[in-house]
Every structure is written in C-alpha cells, then in structure tokens.
Design a protein around this ligand. Structure first.
Ligand SMILES: *Cc1c(COP(=O)(O)O)cnc(C)c1O
Length: 429
C-alpha cells in the first residue's frame, strides 16, 4: 500500500478498519481533555470497559453469597480458572488441556523450571538471550545457584547468552541454532523471550524449539511480549512449556496473573518433578482432602493454590474479547498499523533537518510484532517529556530509545498521523 502522511489518508484507513469498534471498548487516560495516544500497551494494556463489570460481578457475588459463591455464583469460583482454557488455547495455539492461568509470570517460570530444569553434571547449561528482561536474568542466576550447590557443576559455566554481533541490533537466528549445536549434550534448557522486550524482535520459536530438541534439551518460552501480539502455535511447534503475563498486550490489569502452557507430551510423564498444591489435585476428589496427590490430567495439574478470582475477572473479560476477534484479524491490522507508524517516522525524518531516527526493530513483518523501538539520535529526554505533555504516552529506555506499540485493538491510524505531527513539533521547537 502507498501510504500518505495526511489526516485524510489516516481517517480513510480508520474507516476501513475491521477492528475500529473495539477502540470504544477501552478506557483512555486524558491529557489536555483528550484521549491520549497510547503507545505503552506493551507495558500495561488499557482497561477494557468490560473488566469492571466482571470484577463487580465477583464483588456482588461475594457480598450476597459469601462462601457459597464457590459453587453458586453465576460463574462459580471453584473452577473459574477453567473458563480460560478454551479462549486462551486459541490465542496461543495450544489445546485447552495445555493452558492455564495462575500466579504471576516470573513465579510460573520458576515453577515450570522445577519440572523442566533438572540439571546433572553432564547436562546443566541454559541458553538464553543476551540482555534478557532483568527478572528472567535473576531467575536464571538463582535457579543455577540453587542446583549447582547440590549437583556440583560450576554455576559460572551454566548460563550461555546468545549475543548480538558487533554493530547489529538484533540476534541472528543462525547464531542461536549454532550455539545450541555447539553446546550439544550439555544443554539442559533453552529459555528465550518470544519477543524481545527491548528491540521488539520476534524469534523463530518453531525452529529454535526443534533444534533444542535435537540435542535433547527442553525448550521453553517467556511469552510476555508475545501473547496477544504474534501468532503462536505452541502445540504444533512442540514447545515444552511457556508462560506469559496478562497485563501487557492482554489488558488484564496491573501485576495480574500469568497464563502458562505445558505441552501434552508431558502431561503423563511421572518423571517430571513438580511442586504441588490442592488445586492441582484431581478435580472430582479435590475436596475429599486426601493425603496422596493425584494431579489433574493436563496443564491444570501444575496448579497450586485456589485462584485469585478477583484478579481473574478482568483477565477473563479481556480473553473473551481476544477470542471474539481472533488473532488473525489482530495480526492483519497489526502489520498495517505498524508499517504506517514506520512510514510516518521515516517521513518526519526526511522533513526535518537534523532528525535521525533509527528503527532498531527488524523490518520484516515475520520478525516483529506491533512494537517499534526507535533510537533517536541527537535527541534527549526532553523530547520524551514533550510527547507526554502533548498527550503521547511512550516509554523511554536509556540511552535514548523510545518504544512505540500501536496496539491493534485500540490504536487508530489517525493516532499515528497525530503522533507524527506532535513529534515534528517536539523536534523543531
Ligand atoms: C514484563 C516481563 C516480565 C515481568 O514479570 P512479572 O513476574 O510479571 O513481574 C518478565 N519477563 C519478561 C520478558 C517481561 O517482558
């Protein structure tokens, strides 16, 4: 498509946008009495209006039914979490028995590592990405230290980071595959972010998973920036396990619960260790309070505690919206609106003397989702503050990168045009 940097053109794209009605399903913060242009849905998604309704429903059931709500609420609490299995499985490309919701992201990754990282002296290495999200780095370090003490391997040898090549912004897939083969039998686990939080690079989950399996390693994915953003086929790709937070693209609310996936190939594996709790116990027999743990068949056998229903409620509202729209339409609009944003950035770049934007996110639509990370050469943090004051919510990462995520469910093409105009003023002023 030949894009134009005009308001009329942007409005025309909005008119033919299949998802345009969803914008009105969200609450926007106001700056200068106007809805903000919200580019930080990769950090905390906007609130779906339905979320409040779903939370109120639980509050009312709690008030009027108290403990009876576990069984007699309209959406009974004792198996409320099972309402996620079907819609979430569609979003991540798994079977309903392979997905669940519980805890929070880092906690779930730790728990899944209990099952999928059981190192020995011969097989103890973990491959991850260089500059992984800090929480993931702390997780790797502490998991490795925990096991190294018992098993006896050198913890300093255990974590292998895949690095970017000198002068390049993104990690090359061939470097990941090569490293997997180089480490070979010593490799216990590959655990990478499906979409890098800083650059927005999307990894080839299928190929990396396949290669990891060839050397006998487990392969798991942190899908924090992937769930609700890119196409996933976790079952078909034979991913061993994955987890994602729900508050980024999935719009469930601050710090909210995490989704997780365990491939069906592992559901009956008695050798896998896991940390158990009563909500992972056989559903029919859960309340018999038996001493012997008999796990639920499927991902929900990894559950531990009874679930925070008040937290699940807004997530359920959001998941139902995703299931209604379907990832196909979301991805179609994502590709168009992200390309439009890229076009606008390049137009402003051409128009203004001295501006130089370097998009460090891959150019190919196969290798990016809806985030563009932009290196603003010669610009300081004042620009970020200017954008904020003028109603554009972005985020700033040192030294001078802004991350822009035009989320398909609620960003309009006119937002992108308006952003370009504000950006231009910010640089010229
Ligand atoms: C956002 C994010 C997290 C956050 O983890 P929490 O446990 O939910 O605080 C972890 N890893 C990655 C890659 C993220 O992007």
């Amino acid at each position: 498509m030949n894009f134009q940097n005009t308001k009329e053109f942007a409005q025309e794209l909005d008119r033919s946008d299949e998802l345009k009605k969803y914008r009105n399903e969200f609450s926007f913060p106001q700056i200068n009495d106007k809805d903000v242009i919200y580019f930080t849905g990769n950090s905390l998604g906007l609130q779906p209006k339905k979320a409040k309704e779903y939370v109120d429903e639980v509050m009312e059931d709690w008030a009027s039914l108290a403990v009876e709500g576990h069984f007699y609420a309209d959406k009974p609490w004792w198996d409320y979490h099972e309402r996620f299995c079907q819609p979430l499985s569609e979003i991540v490309g798994g079977k309903p028995t392979e997905v669940g919701v519980m805890n929070t992201l880092t906690v779930n990754l730790h728990l899944l590592m209990v099952s999928f990282y059981r190192p020995s002296m011969k097989k103890y290495k973990i491959i991850c990405e260089e500059k992984a999200f800090p929480s993931d780095q702390y997780m790797f370090q502490t998991q490795v230290d925990f096991h190294a003490k018992n098993v006896g391997f050198d913890p300093k040898e255990a974590i292998v980071e895949i690095k970017r090549r000198e002068g390049e912004n993104n990690i090359r897939i061939e470097d990941v595959l090569e490293k997997i083969n180089e480490i070979g039998e010593e490799l216990a686990l590959v655990l990478i972010g499906g979409v890098n939080y800083y650059t927005g690079q999307v990894f080839d989950i299928q190929r990396i998973t396949e290669e990891g399996h060839k050397v006998g390693a487990y392969v798991g994915w942190d899908l924090a920036h992937a769930a609700g953003n890119i196409e996933l086929k976790l079952n078909e790709w034979k991913v061993d396990f994955a987890a994602w937070c729900s508050y980024k693209y999935m719009n469930s609310g601050p710090g909210n619960v995490s989704g997780f996936f365990v491939h069906e190939a592992h559901h009956n594996d008695k050798e896998l260790s896991r940390f158990a709790g009563w909500y992972g116990h056989n559903k029919e027999r859960r309340f018999l309070m038996e001493p012997q743990f008999d796990p639920v068949q499927g991902a929900n056998g990894w559950q531990i505690s009874n679930l925070p229903v008040l937290s699940l409620a807004p997530y359920l509202a959001s998941v139902e919206m995703f299931a209604e729209v379907g990832m196909k339409k979301i991805i179609k609009k994502r590709n168009l609106i992200t390309s439009y944003l890229e076009f606008i950035l390049h137009e402003i770049d051409k128009e203004i003397e001295g501006a130089e934007f370097e998009v460090i996110t891959p150019v190919s639509q196969e290798e990016r989702g809806c985030q563009l990370s932009v290196y603003l050469h010669g610009q300081g943090k004042e620009l970020f503050h200017f954008l904020m004051k003028n109603g554009v919510v972005t985020d700033w990462r040192e030294p001078n990168v802004i991350r822009l995520a035009p989320v398909p469910l609620y960003t309009s093409f006119e937002d992108i045009y308006n952003f370009g105009q504000i950006l231009k003023r910010g640089i010229c002023d």
